[in-house]
Design a protein around this ligand. Structure first.
Ligand SMILES: *Cc1c(COP(=O)(O)O)cnc(C)c1O
Length: 377
């Protein structure tokens, strides 16, 4: 077995040999099987705890009647709706099987052996994966220090300093996962402006809807000024459709045309396209989700700080919390039926990331955590 394993390992392309696979949040079914628990809450994958919106679900159900047909490979209706929503041309949009798919399209289009991708320490785990899978080199910039105003956030000067003639892609997550940290409009725009023409800059705005700061940029506004800018968005987070897998990028039409060459022709299912179109139109659902999240997030932050724990600034739907022995706390929470995310793989061994849930879920997480980390102050 291990001989075969090493034989196949040798056969794999170098980027796959060294690749560390993505570690998803533990599925609820798995915890149920392993621990025999039935009453489980999952606060591990930054999903919308309210469930999918009724309108999105109804649209998906209706679309299922066409399940014997291939999906619209050009995503005509969804692209039209997104174009209107963002005030851009449909040709600028590339749909993906989640925005993860779009990030992989960026890598297969612009990265390869001898090329480099720049991203920050503690940034989203998909950037190193798609970089390595494409056979390119990851150039990881140190993050801001723990004593910075944005602890563990992206250090744009450090990222800029790593850009070389071999750099083809820079990945920026704003807000970032798993830290929750964010970049302001002025600094981020200056960074994009400072990049040479041979660099594609990806601004991943998976959580941008949650921000209530006027300083938080909407990078789609800069697309006409910077042809090398690619903005990615997703329906997995605030829109509550993670299971459907729909994300997209907005980019210069010439860049989108390149993505289309490598994209699988039917990468977004019929039901997913229909659900996403309805979700985009359901602005009430988004607004209510953001309001509940932001209120609960700040409540949870206050309670965690009362426990004497450090909590990173967050403009998203999760908090990164320093708990010390994160492995033990993660295990302890699992035994209490609460799934959170350990983030040692992101270079944060003493921290856990918890998704803001429904009020009852947050209370239950907090009670379980209190039992593990000691008494309240
Ligand atoms: C969750 C997340 C995504 C979205 O992933 P999907 O493939 O669209 O589900 C993208 N970027 C970041 C930073 C994320 O946390």
């Amino acid at each position: 077995m291990s001989e075969l394993r090493s034989a196949f390992h040798q056969l794999a392309v170098p980027g796959v040999q060294t690749l560390h696979p993505y570690e998803p949040g533990k599925p609820m079914d798995e915890l149920q099987r392993e621990y025999g628990l039935t009453d489980i809450i999952k606060l591990a994958s930054n999903e919308n705890p309210r469930g999918p919106g009724e309108k999105a679900l109804a649209a998906a159900r209706e679309a299922m009647a066409d399940a014997h047909r291939y999906p619209d490979g050009n995503g005509f209706r969804l692209k039209q709706a997104l174009a209107t929503h963002h005030g851009v041309a449909p040709e600028t949009i590339t749909l993906g099987n989640g925005s993860n798919d779009v990030l992989a399209l960026v890598a297969s289009t612009f990265l390869g052996p001898g090329r480099e991708a720049v991203f920050s320490e503690h940034a989203f785990a998909v950037y190193p994966i798609v970089t390595s899978a494409a056979g390119a080199t990851a150039s990881v910039a140190p993050a801001l220090g723990s004593d910075s105003g944005m602890p563990f956030g992206h250090d744009l000067d450090a990222m800029r300093a790593r850009v070389t003639d071999a750099t083809r892609v820079v990945f920026v997550a704003n807000p970032n996962n798993p830290t929750g940290t964010w970049l302001g409009r002025r600094e981020l725009k200056a960074f994009v402006q400072s990049l040479p023409d041979h660099v594609i800059v990806v601004i991943d705005e998976a959580y941008c809807e949650y921000s209530d700061s006027p300083q938080q940029p909407d990078a789609t506004e800069w697309l006409s000024a910077f042809p090398n800018l690619v903005v990615t968005r997703t329906f997995s987070k605030v829109h509550g459709l993670a299971g459907f897998r729909v994300g997209y990028s907005i980019a210069h039409p010439a860049v989108a045309e390149l993505f289309n060459r490598v994209r699988q022709p039917f990468n977004v299912s019929t039901s997913a396209q229909a659900a996403a179109e309805a979700a985009l139109a359901d602005t009430d659902y988004v607004r209510e989700s953001v309001a509940m999240n932001n209120e609960q997030r700040e409540w949870l932050r206050g309670e965690l700080e009362q426990l004497g724990l450090d909590v990173l600034p967050s403009a998203a739907n999760f908090l990164c919390v320093r708990v010390g022995d994160a492995g033990a706390v993660y295990e302890g929470l699992l035994r209490a039926g609460v799934i959170v995310r350990p983030v040692a793989g992101y270079g944060l061994p003493e921290w856990i990331r918890v998704t803001v849930g429904l009020p009852d879920e947050n209370r239950r997480f907090l009670d379980a955590l209190t039992g593990l980390v000691g008494r309240r102050a």
